[in-house]
Ligand binder design. Structure first.
Ligand code: GCO
Length: 451
């Protein structure tokens, strides 16, 4: 057996992308509720007010997970659904939704992996400065406590934050995501530092208040990843170094977000580049940020390719003409699921969980009423073969969550990118399990042996 006996096989979703119920039962506004209603923010002019209506269809989705033999489900909580103002008053009806969801998952033998923050910041906190406000760590800890109080007697797997590179980088630097800001580098790095402090405070709150012994993770994006074009040790070493270095624009890379949490310091190579923009680092900050966690979640879709120059530095190698790509279009590079787990586990000495991997595909309903998606099957088979190779080498891999369960709202692109194992007709919200969903079921039932 290559994959561990208790390997988590599931799918991942996010509250704003799947739930809908934008103002249901006392939910407050998030920055994405506001941002998507601003003209020009979303490519197809849509929003997540309804999304795939999981708020009203969660039982159906959990039944699908059961039918596909998933043993785990990664989802995020909508902070403003639980605390409409972001702090203070708790909306019990918002917690009721997640309470019922947790019970339904457990009744079907599916372990909840809850992400506390997947980008949908309460709008009221944004109005108070959002991640730039030094009170954010305390607000995030208060929200964490409200969740622990209601759900931690049954839930033990927690992920504090998903892809801070996006909610800080895309949301506050480039502005292509909510709240659409274009802040200067110094403010961005201060917001990033506050986000890391919030992660630390949340870990403290979970450890102190969880009523079941918690398993805690953190899921930054793993897009700043280089894979060697050959097995030449020089190429491998050049890519390893490049994966953890940073340049002026990529200070939001892997090491910037992972070193503070797992090594207790910012990466020297990056600090040298951005010295003049460095945030105020208080006494004890780095100790708080590097509170021990139990796994590193990596969202891996693709990798850059690299080789060693004469001096050992990494040269990025272009993909060959006509390279394989998804509908997004992102390059199809299965080796990312070998080199990513390898490089990250070597540096951080922690369990790795693939918290996202998948592809956008031009899926449609065929004449026979089914959704045949051989591309998704082949893509996932190739990536899982690489993950299995990493596991075979003894890298501690705790699970694989396919992105995503059902087609959903894909941020600034809207509904044009279908990532689901399950097709959604967005006019009726009818679900159709795609061929890939049934293929994934067979993978899970064999615990990956058929890969
Ligand atoms: C991300 C987010 C997901 C995306 C997915 C496809 O990794 O960007 O966590 O919410 O929808 O990755 O882009």
């Amino acid at each position: 057996m290559i994959f561990k006996k208790d390997f988590a096989w599931g799918a991942a979703t996010a509250s704003y992308q799947n739930e809908g119920g934008m103002n249901a039962d006392g939910k407050g506004l998030s920055i994405w509720d506001v941002f998507t209603h601003e003209k020009g923010r979303v490519a197809d002019g849509t929003n997540g007010d309804v999304a795939c209506d999981q708020y009203h269809r969660i039982e159906e989705d959990i039944d699908i997970m059961k039918e596909l033999s998933m043993n785990a489900y990664r989802f995020s909580l909508s902070w403003p659904r639980i605390m409409p103002e972001g702090n203070g008053q708790v909306n019990e009806k918002g917690l009721d939704f997640y309470d019922r969801m947790v019970d339904s998952l457990l009744e079907r033998g599916i372990t909840p992996y809850i992400t506390l923050f997947h980008w949908d910041l309460p709008y009221e906190l944004y109005l108070k400065g959002g991640w730039l406000n030094p009170d954010m760590p305390e607000w995030f800890a208060e929200y964490t406590s409200a969740v622990m109080n209601r759900l931690s007697d049954r839930v033990d797997h927690w992920i504090t934050q998903n892809e801070p590179q996006c909610y800080i980088g895309s949301g506050m630097a480039s502005g292509i995501h909510a709240p659409g800001l274009k802040m200067n580098k110094k403010d961005c790095l201060q917001a990033a530092h506050n986000s890391l402090l919030a992660h630390g405070r949340s870990v403290q709150a979970i450890r102190a208040e969880a009523r079941k012994t918690p398993v805690i993770g953190y899921a930054p994006a793993a897009w700043w990843l280089w894979s060697p074009v050959s097995d030449d040790p020089a190429d491998i070493e050049a890519c390893r170094k490049q994966t953890f270095c940073a340049d002026e624009d990529q200070v939001g890379g892997s090491a910037w977000w992972m070193d503070p949490v797992f090594l207790g310091k910012y990466p020297e190579s990056a600090v040298k580049i951005v010295e003049e923009y460095m945030p105020r680092i208080g006494q004890g900050d780095m100790k708080l940020i590097s509170q021990p966690v139990d796994f590193l979640g990596i969202n891996v879709y693709q990798t850059y390719l690299g080789k060693a120059a004469e001096d050992g530095c990494c040269i990025t190698v272009d993909h060959k003409p006509g390279y394989d790509k998804t509908a997004y279009p992102w390059p199809i590079t299965p080796q990312a699921l070998y080199w990513g787990p390898k490089f990250f586990s070597e540096r951080y000495h922690t369990q790795i969980i693939v918290t996202e991997n998948g592809l956008s595909n031009t899926d449609w309903i065929h004449l026979d009423g089914k959704v045949h998606d051989p591309q998704r099957i082949d893509f996932t088979h190739k990536y899982l073969k690489q993950l299995k190779r990493a596991a075979e080498e003894g890298i501690d891999i705790g699970g694989y969550f396919h992105w995503t369960l059902t087609d959903n709202f894909e941020w600034a692109t809207g509904y044009g990118n279908r990532f689901g194992l399950v097709y959604v007709d967005f006019e009726t919200n009818r679900r159709i399990i795609k061929d890939s969903g049934y293929w994934y079921k067979s993978v899970i039932e064999s615990n990956g042996e058929i890969i």
